[in-house]
Design a protein. Structure first.
Length: 553
C-alpha cells in the first residue's frame, strides 16, 4: 500500500467525518412540524399537567383585555408587562413582571463580534423569531403564580453596587385566597449563576399544596456555518445518565417525560448555554414539549410541598446563563462541563484542552499556545511519525525499480503484484509500515479539532497581524493558502502513486483541502499549517539521511 495515499486518504476521511453531520443538517429531509397547539390546551398550566405553556403565542382577545390581566400581548406575540432592567459586572438582563421571567440576557464581556466591541452578545431574547427565555412558576391546589401571572416590583432598575457581592431583585404576587409569593432573583458578582427562589406565605384558611417548575422556551434556530457543525438544542443530566443531548426533532417526535434525581436541564449552543440546576438530592420530573411553529419547551418540576394555613415555605433553584467556561461549569453542577461537547473522544480532548489552557497561562496568546501545543503533540508522536516517513522514503527509493516492473509486466496485474512483493521482501521494506502511526494519531487530530472548535476561550481571541479572531475564518484566506502550499510540498517529498489517474487525484487534494479550510476557524488552520511544516521538516530529514546512507552503501 502506498503510504502517501494512506496519509492523504486518512486526512480527507477526517474532514469528511467532521463535515458529514453539517451537510446532513443542511440537506437532509426537513422535520415534520406539528400544527400549533391551541391556547386553550396549553396556555394555562394545571397541577395535573406538567407546564409547557407557549408564552410565545397570543392569548384570546378576551383574556388580553381582562382587568385581571393588565399586561397586553405584545406585537412580538409574547405577553409582556413592565420591564425590570438589571445590571451587574457580567450581566445585562431584563425581567418581565408578566410571569417574572428572565427574558433578555446579554454579556458585556463577550462582544457579538470583533468589529462590534461595544455590542454585547445576547443569549436570552423574547423576540418572536428567536425566542429563548427562562420561565419558572408554581402549581398548586389553590392559587399560585405560573409564568403568566402578573407580578409587581418595587423599582424598574437594579444595579450591582460598587463593593457589593450580590444583587437581589424581588417580585411579589398576591391572591384573594391569602397566598403571597415573593419571587427573588439573586445575582452574584463575577458569576453567571443566578439564584431563583419562591417564598410562599399562606395566610389562607386551608393548607397550600404546590410545586415549582422551571423551563426554557426556545425557537428552533439555524446554524450560521454550513461547514462547521455545532449542536443547538436541549441537554439533560442526572445521576443515572451524565449527559444526554435532546435535539429539537427528538423533542417533537419523542417528548421527554421522566423522573430523575439531581442533574440539570439546559438549552445549549456554540459557546453559550442556559441551564436550570435543582438540588442534587431532589427528584424532579423532566419534560419536553413541542408547541408548534418551531417552539420547544424543556423543563423540570419539583415534588409537592405542603404549607399549612398560617405557615411559610420556599422553593429554590439555580440558573446558569453564560459562556461554556469548563472550570466554572464543573463547579455549578456535576457534568455540566460536558455541554462543551467533545463527543466520544472527550477522554483525549480534555487533557489537550488542559494543556492548551496552561500554555496560554504562560504565553498569554492563544495563537502561540496552539503553535506550541502542536509542537508538543508532534514531539509525542515523533518516533511513530519517523517510522511512517522512513517507510515512505524506502518506497520512494524503490520508484525506479517499480517503474521497471510496470514496463515488464504491463497489464498483468497478478504477476506485477507478485514481483512487487518479491521486491519488498528482497529490500526488506514493509509497505504497511506507515499505517499504524497514522491510525494512532487520527483520534488525537479529531480531538484537537473539537477542542479548538468548541472552546469559548478562543472566541474572538487575537493572534498577530490580521488575525483578530481565531474562532472565525481568515478574512483574507492567507492561512488556507499557506496550508495548501504546505500540503503540496509534503506531496513532493512522498512517492508518487503508480497509477497516473491516482497521481492526478492526489495532486488535486491540496486544492480541495484549501477550499475546505477557507471556511474553517483560523485556529484550526493554524494548527494544520504548523503540523504540516513540522511533518515536512521531519520527513525531509529522514529522507535525506536515508538517501545519503544508501549512496554511501
Amino acid at each position: 500500500m502506498d503510504n502517501q495515499r494512506l496519509i492523504l486518504f486518512a486526512a480527507l476521511s477526517v474532514v469528511i467525518v467532521l463535515l458529514w453531520q453539517a451537510w446532513q443538517k443542511d440537506y437532509g429531509p426537513p422535520p415534520q412540524v406539528k400544527s400549533p397547539t391551541s391556547t386553550a390546551e396549553s396556555t394555562v398550566p394545571s397541577a395535573s399537567d406538567i407546564p409547557a405553556a407557549p408564552a410565545g403565542q397570543k392569548k384570546p382577545a378576551a383574556a388580553a383585555s381582562s382587568p385581571a390581566s393588565p399586561a397586553v400581548a405584545a406585537e412580538t406575540g409574547m405577553e409582556k408587562g413592565e420591564r425590570i432592567h438589571v445590571q451587574t459586572d457580567v450581566f445585562r438582563a431584563v425581567i418581565d413582571t408578566r410571569g417574572g421571567d428572565l427574558r433578555d440576557v446579554s454579556f458585556p464581556r463577550y462582544p457579538v463580534s470583533v468589529d462590534k466591541p461595544n455590542q454585547p452578545f445576547q443569549l436570552l431574547n423574547d423576540d418572536t423569531a428567536k425566542i429563548f427565555v427562562a420561565q419558572s412558576g408554581l402549581l398548586a391546589n389553590t392559587a399560585a403564580p405560573n409564568h403568566h401571572a402578573q407580578y409587581h416590583a418595587a423599582q424598574k432598575d437594579y444595579k450591582l453596587a460598587n463593593g457589593a457581592s450580590e444583587l437581589k431583585v424581588p417580585l411579589t404576587w398576591t391572591s384573594d385566597q391569602g397566598i403571597t409569593v415573593t419571587k427573588t432573583y439573586t445575582f452574584h458578582r463575577g458569576s453567571y449563576v443566578v439564584d431563583v427562589s419562591f417564598d410562599v406565605t399562606n395566610n389562607g384558611k386551608q393548607a397550600w399544596k404546590g410545586r415549582q417548575y422551571r423551563q426554557f422556551e426556545r425557537a428552533r434556530v439555524g446554524r450560521k456555518s454550513r461547514f462547521i457543525y455545532t449542536f443547538i438544542g436541549g441537554a439533560i443530566s442526572s445521576v443515572e445518565n451524565k449527559y444526554e443531548k435532546l435535539s429539537f426533532d427528538k423533542m417533537q417526535k419523542d417528548p421527554l417525560s421522566s423522573d430523575l434525581k439531581g442533574g440539570w436541564a439546559a438549552m445549549v449552543q456554540h459557546y453559550f448555554l442556559a441551564a436550570w440546576v435543582p438540588g442534587q438530592k431532589e427528584t424532579n420530573h423532566y419534560y419536553t414539549k413541542s408547541l408548534g411553529d418551531d417552539l420547544y419547551v424543556l423543563g423540570l418540576s419539583s415534588a409537592e410541598k405542603t404549607i399549612p394555613a398560617g405557615g411559610k415555605g420556599d422553593f429554590d433553584s439555580r440558573l446558569y446563563v453564560g459562556p461554556k467556561l469548563q472550570d466554572k461549569l464543573a463547579a455549578v453542577a456535576p457534568h455540566l462541563e460536558l455541554t462543551v461537547d467533545y463527543g466520544l473522544l472527550t477522554f483525549i480532548a480534555k487533557p489537550i484542552f488542559w494543556l492548551l489552557k496552561h500554555l496560554h497561562g504562560l504565553l498569554g496568546n492563544w495563537g502561540w499556545s496552539i503553535i506550541l501545543l502542536t509542537m508538543f503533540i508532534k514531539l509525542a508522536f515523533y518516533k511513530l511519525s519517523a517510522a511512517s516517513y522512513r517507510s515512505m522514503a524506502n518506497m520512494r527509493r524503490m520508484q525506479p525499480k517499480m517503474a521497471q516492473l510496470r514496463e515488464r509486466y504491463g497489464d498483468d496485474r497478478q504477476r506485477m503484484s507478485q514481483a512487487m512483493m518479491e521486491l519488498y521482501k528482497k529490500e526488506k521494506i514493509n509497505p504497511l509500515g506507515g499505517c499504524l502511526p497514522i491510525v494512532i494519531q487520527i483520534p488525537v487530530f479529531i480531538s484537537l479539532y473539537w477542542v479548538l472548535l468548541g472552546s469559548v476561550e478562543l472566541r474572538q481571541a487575537d493572534f498577530i497581524f490580521w488575525i483578530h479572531d481565531l474562532s472565525t475564518k481568515d478574512p483574507y484566506y492567507v492561512l488556507p493558502l499557506i496550508m495548501g502550499i504546505s500540503m503540496f510540498v509534503q506531496q513532493r517529498l512522498s512517492p508518487a502513486p503508480p497509477d497516473p489517474i491516482q497521481a492526478k487525484v492526489m495532486m488535486a487534494l491540496p486544492v480541495v483541502f484549501t477550499l475546505f479550510f477557507a471556511f474553517f476557524p483560523a485556529g484550526l488552520v493554524l494548527y494544520w499549517i504548523v503540523n504540516n511544516v513540522l511533518s515536512i521538516a521531519q520527513q525531509w530529514y529522514i529522507t535525506h539521511n536515508l538517501e545519503k546512507a544508501t549512496a554511501k552503501a
